[in-house]
Design a protein around this ligand. Structure first.
Ligand code: FES
Length: 117
């Protein structure tokens, strides 16, 4: 059975580089568009639970304003500054025409390595 649709979001709903709150109880998601790529992560920071909706986009990462943890948008892996084994859960996103479907399917916690180009 395919994962359920949480939301279908247009480019206009996702301003470039601005975190967007997507209601998905109980935890809610934060969605970020960079160009033609869209990423969805848990909205509550896995460090101490602050909201990432006001997080800062730094390259392809999202930085929590509470204590500065920076998470890779694609994998959710912690990039620093803490060395705790933190990971922000990420969710499946599919392109559908001019919009992006955010699907009710968390991605695996151990992303497979990228295949060689
Ligand atoms: S709650 Fe996000 S870095 Fe601490």
């Amino acid at each position: 059975m395919p994962p359920a649709l949480i939301a279908l979001l247009s480019r206009e709903q996702l301003p470039e580089g601005k975190p967007h709150l997507l209601l998905h109880p109980p935890d809610h998601l934060v969605v970020v568009r960079l160009g033609d790529e869209v990423f969805a992560l848990d909205q509550r920071c896995s460090h101490a639970g602050a909201s990432l909706i006001n997080g800062a986009i730094l390259g392809r990462s999202l930085a929590c304003r509470a204590h500065g943890c920076r998470f890779d948008l694609a994998s959710g892996l912690l990039l620093g500054p803490s060395d705790e084994p933190l990971r922000q859960r990420t969710w499946l996103v599919e392109r559908r025409g001019d919009a992006w479907a955010i699907l009710d399917q968390p991605l695996p916690t151990s992303p497979s390595p990228e295949p060689p180009p």
